[in-house]
Design a protein around this ligand. Structure first.
Ligand code: FAD
Length: 302
């Protein structure tokens, strides 16, 4: 069996695997797609100490660093079941069962897509999901935020300080964000809120140039000119496969303590799949290191 088996090969998983291997213990990492979300990221400007890089470049660097150590890398393998017996068992889609004394889950998350024409086509060409990451790319320009929940309104407040103008597009007849956020939003001079708006299409040529929505009251179709569209309708953790095992929040996030421990002894979690406060590369790498050190602590005590 492994001493530490990491499930998930994004920034959190790579960090956890390296920290474990550096203890000289038997370490494996299983990933459906090594690299994770950063494979879909164009420019990264907030990975501290690296002024600017590209997602695939950072993913290649992660892989190279992992390969520096004696780590079993099992890429293109999807975990489908976890069971705690004497050891922790992880079953893969191909039927294989891996056993380990401890497991670190770092299966990440995915942004919920709006699934309208133009979204996929203009991803990284004006369609964005992370205001902390991509906000500065739209400095002085006009953008829309789709979604009037907490993340949408937080994004709009954040972007309003950077861009020229923000239009918040909400499907329902009112925003769903907390009142304090809505109050703050309404004090901003360069934000417009459109409710009852069903996004129909994100338009553009080589990059985004606007958004078409249907006014659900009048049925009228409207178009606004924009340089960017932030889709903020939810971040979904990749934890469905853990149903009925460890404790998750109502959003499906794995609940961890400050060491990354879950409700199953010997099972730890890190990164975007957990209930950590913010979801960023540098944060997931830090939590991967934390979970790995905690797993090592667990091993020397058990
Ligand atoms: P992920 O990166 O999601 O990795 C999860 C890993 O688990 C993947 O290898 C995946 O294949 C694997 N996996 C999932 N399910 C299973 C399973 N059942 N079995 C096996 N493996 C599985 N953050 C920044 O700090 N700066 C940025 O500029 C930035 N830009 C972004 C741009 C975009 C378009 C997106 C989508 C995100 C961006 N982020 C950015 C956020 C950042 O990418 C994430 O916070 C970070 O990747 C989280 O790392 P993670 O390891 O927790 O999860």
């Amino acid at each position: 069996p492994y001493d530490v088996l990491v499930v998930g090969g994004g920034p959190a998983g790579a960090s956890a695997a390296i920290y474990a291997a550096r203890k000289g213990i038997r370490t494996g990492i299983v990933a459906e797609r090594f690299g994770g979300q950063i494979l879909d990221t164009l420019s990264i400007e907030n990975f501290i100490s690296v002024k600017e890089t590209e997602g695939p470049k950072l993913a290649a660097a992660l892989e190279e660093h992992v390969k520096q150590y004696n780590i079993d890398v099992m890429n293109l393998q999807r975990a489908t079941r976890l069971e705690k017996k004497d050891l922790v068992e992880i079953e893969l889609e191909n039927g294989a069962v891996l056993k380990s004394k401890s497991v670190i889950i770092s299966t990440g998350a995915r942004w919920r897509n709006i699934n309208v024409p133009g979204e996929a086509e203009f991803k990284n060409k004006g369609v964005a999901y992370c205001p902390h990451c991509d906000g500065p790319l739209f400095a002085g320009k006009d953008v829309a935020v789709i979604g009037g929940g907490n993340s949408g309104v937080e994004a709009a407040i954040d972007l309003a300080g950077i861009v020229n103008h923000v239009t918040v597009i909400e499907y329902n007849d009112s925003l769903k964000a907390d009142e304090v956020l809505q109050n703050r939003l309404h004090t901003l001079p360069n934000v417009t809120v459109v409710t009852n708006a069903q996004t129909k299409e994100i338009t553009g040529t080589d990059k985004v140039n606007g958004l078409t929505y249907v006014d659900r009251e009048s049925g009228e179709e409207k178009h606004i000119e924009l340089a960017g569209v932030f889709v903020q309708i939810g971040l979904v953790p990749n934890t469905e496969w853990l149903e009925g095992t460890l404790e998750r929040s109502r959003f499906g996030e794995i609940i961890v303590d400050k060491r990354g421990a879950t409700t199953i002894p010997g099972v730890f979690a890190a990164g975007d799949c957990t209930d950590s406060a913010y979801k960023q590369i540098i944060i997931s790498m830090g939590s991967g290191a934390t979970a790995s050190l905690a797993a090592f602590d667990y091993l020397i005590r058990n």
